[in-house]
Design a binder for this molecule. Sequence first.
Ligand code: TXD
Length: 309
Amino acid sequence: MARKKITVIGAGNVGATTAQLLAMKALGDVVLVDVVEGMPQGKSLDLAEYRPLAGLDVDIIGANDYAPSKGSDVIVITAGLARKPGMSRDDLLKMNTQIVKDCTAKAAPLSPEAVLMVVSNPLDAMVYVASEVSKFPKRKILGMAGVLDSARFRCFLAMELGCSVEDVHALVLGGHGDTMVPMTRFANMAGIPVAELIPKAKLDAIVDRTRNGGAEIVALLKTGSAYYAPAGSVVEMVAAVIQDRKRILPVAAYCDKEYGVKGLFVGVPARLGAEGVEQVIELKLQPEEKTLFDQSVDHVRKLVREIKI
Ligand code: TXD
């Protein structure tokens, strides 16, 4: 059986780390594309030279053009500017719209069967751009944010509980931004609700830290934003698609009536398999959760209205 092909557009921090993790998992051949001359080629060659040490037989190709990406099973778009201290994700809207448009217009026609995964910020709005430009079926287009936000939530909860991160499950809904909705009610340690284990004030502080998880890292790094956990989140989603795993993961998926949302990509739990988003899983939200979720969706809708493709 021929190997699967995964194209990662943007060979910066998130893109290159994603390529590395994909290669390490041998999920398929990896094509790394960037506009900077020599850079995707150099990083790919370096990664290719690592293969004998890791015993991996996947191909890793770097390019400035899209020809090698032809026939990809998954396309990941990480191209774009990242935040600097003091910037919100929304500040990136104009520049990244043009970048995501450019990448999608070049990559999508060469891989009409691919699942298109967007990472660039502002996330939910950039998924919309990729959808408008590619015209792919909506289930084949999704964005990575919820997996990362949930991983941050799980990390902070496990630190507080003093238990393995593996035993903490949690879910974050809504747009990727300051309005995201960490679902405290469903967060649990091996099935035990965290609300029974952590005092409310502490839990509120953890929710806050999760919401600001991206900014916390931007403030420390000063010259860029997070990339290890983001890349790991992308790879979890790519694996779900490539291996048809039917994973239940929070992703930016198209909602056309689910959660009362009409025609918008927002963060919701979904079943991910070979076809992309195979089902959006609808939860009954409590009134205060619904209010927060609706505020988050409104924020995404406002951003999408500002987009000029
Ligand atoms: O949760 C999430 N969705 C995110 C999103 C988590 C982390 C980072 N998030 C966003 O991803 C971030 O706000 C940025 O918008 C993207 C990429 O972040 P990264 O940290 O990887 O940024 P870099 O290191 O600056 O890399 C961006 C690369 C860089 O090498 C550029 O040369 C390239 O994108 N780039 C392009 N590649 C191809 N085509 C075009 N047009 C292009 N323009 C820039």
